[in-house]
Design a protein around this ligand. Structure first.
Ligand SMILES: Nc1ncnc2c1ncn2[C@@H]1O[C@H](COP(=O)(O)OP(=O)(O)OP(=O)(O)O)[C@@H](O)[C@H]1O
Ligand SMILES: [Mg+2]
Length: 290
């Protein structure tokens, strides 16, 4: 426990009086513009979740959760059904508000005080399991549309891409491996390709932190392998948090694994470490071994 306290003290965000913070980062007012790119990662972590609790009708889906994600890290989150993994992501993206505790993006941005839109604007992208691509548009058009967060300006902006925007689309096409499909309608893509396109659409916004919930569900083995490569290639430039049940997939990412159970961290370490942790075997991996 003492070590944990020391770690917390080491990673402590600078104490900033509220009125100073609001002057420097005026996103909380609701009328002043968000300033993208001001996330302060100088102490290492890009995300600080501290003592967070979320209750649904008295049931604690998240129970005093403390978790840090470093900038450029690829972190896997595993845990049995109902452990609170998706609820944790909902709190990061502003969909759900915690009852208590804090969620900070870098040292100074309090995500619990920002709207979902503002949180997306400062560089946090989330991939849901259900694809949200536009099936009647081509791969290229989907990426193009993803450039614009203000959907009302779509029709007037089409065909007015700058060279820089085109380059960015080309780069994303290369990263997601869909260059050959660029003129294909998204509705005709395979399940795996659709998931990659959706990741590509997130990348169009140049996010710093990507949250990915169960990316390989329903994928073939080959598609899962390709997805592992894709997510691995995104780390360093982006911080990536992946929730997944598929243990082979998690192992193939070979990164730090956090095990959630009953809304808090049960274990953390390499896949080998957590897989051999008796607590984990008892509540989680033991279940699947039966
Ligand atoms: N909006 C809600 N209202 C009531 N209960 C909720 C709500 N959202 C989640 N829960 C409950 O909170 C707990 C945690 O759910 P959550 O979806 O975060 O788990 P999870 O770890 O993502 O599980 P899974 O692996 O099945 O996706 C569950 O018991 C769930 O039933
Ligand atoms: Mg879930």
């Amino acid at each position: 426990m003492k070590q944990l306290d020391q770690l917390r003290e080491f990673m402590r965000r600078d104490r900033v009086f509220d009125f100073v913070a609001e002057e420097r980062f005026p996103f909380t007012s609701g009328v002043r513009p968000v300033r993208p790119g001001v996330v302060d990662i100088s102490k290492g972590p890009i995300l600080y979740i501290e003592n967070m609790t979320v209750s649904f009708d008295g049931f604690k889906a998240i129970n005093d959760l403390t978790l840090y994600i470093n900038h450029g890290e690829l972190r896997c989150i595993i845990g049995p059904n109902g452990a609170g993994k998706t609820t944790m992501m909902d709190c990061i993206t502003g969909k759900t508000r915690p009852d208590s505790g804090t969620v900070f993006y870098g040292q100074t941005m309090d995500l619990t005080r920002m709207s979902e839109y503002e949180i997306a604007q400062v560089g946090i992208g989330r991939k849901f399991q259900k694809p949200t691509v536009f099936p009647h548009h081509t791969v290229f058009e989907n990426l193009e549309l993803a450039l614009y967060t203000d959907k009302s300006v779509w029709p007037t902006l089409i065909a007015k891409l700058s060279g820089e925007q085109r380059d960015h689309i080309d780069e994303v096409l290369r990263i997601i491996g869909l260059i050959d499909q660029v003129h294909r309608r998204a509705g005709l893509l395979s399940h795996g390709q659709t998931q990659w396109l959706e990741i590509g659409m997130l990348l169009m916004q140049k996010p710093l932190l990507l949250l990915v919930d169960e990316p390989v569900a329903g994928m073939t083995h080959q598609e899962s392998e390709r997805t592992a490569e894709l997510l691995t290639s995104l780390a360093e430039e982006h911080s990536v948090v992946v929730v997944e049940h598929d243990m082979d997939f998690v192992r193939s990412l070979a990164r730090t694994v956090t095990v959630l159970h009953e809304g808090r961290v049960l274990a953390e370490g390499s896949m080998d470490q957590v897989q051999n942790d008796p607590k984990v075997i008892e509540v989680y991996l033991g279940e699947t071994a039966h």
